[in-house]
Design a protein around this ligand. Structure first.
Ligand SMILES: [Zn+2]
Length: 114
């Protein structure tokens, strides 16, 4: 003899399904927010690293040119491994670093150094 199924055994109700979808939506939104924060931190770290690479190239240029600083940051490109690919912000590759020819400091308007 076949047992009769109650309404609860037939599957999920619409309310239960909506609650599961809502919980999944909340978890996905939390995951995206966490990803965006981690992505911004990684781009900032890459930009600071690029600034340091450029300043090291400026120092190397200075050492090989009797203490003279390069007139432009591009003049230090030969001292950067692989050329001048590091002269840009890691977040926006159309944004050139700001170079102070008087001090040799390199900075980014998006990511100033602490
Ligand atoms: Zn930057």
């Amino acid at each position: 003899m076949r047992a009769r199924h109650s309404r609860h055994d037939a599957g999920f109700t619409l309310t239960e399904l909506m609650i599961v979808v809502l919980i999944l939506a909340i978890l996905v939104s939390i995951a995206f927010a966490t990803y965006n924060v981690a992505d911004a931190r990684a781009r900032r770290a890459a930009c600071l690293s690029n600034q340091r690479i450029c300043e090291d190239a400026v120092l190397t240029y200075q050492l090989e040119h009797d203490g003279d600083l390069p007139a432009a940051l591009a003049d230090a490109d030969p001292y950067i491994h692989g050329g001048g690919g590091h002269r840009f912000c890691a977040e926006d590759d159309t944004l050139d670093f700001v170079y102070d020819a008087a001090t040799g400091h390199v900075s980014c308007t998006n990511h100033p150094r602490p």
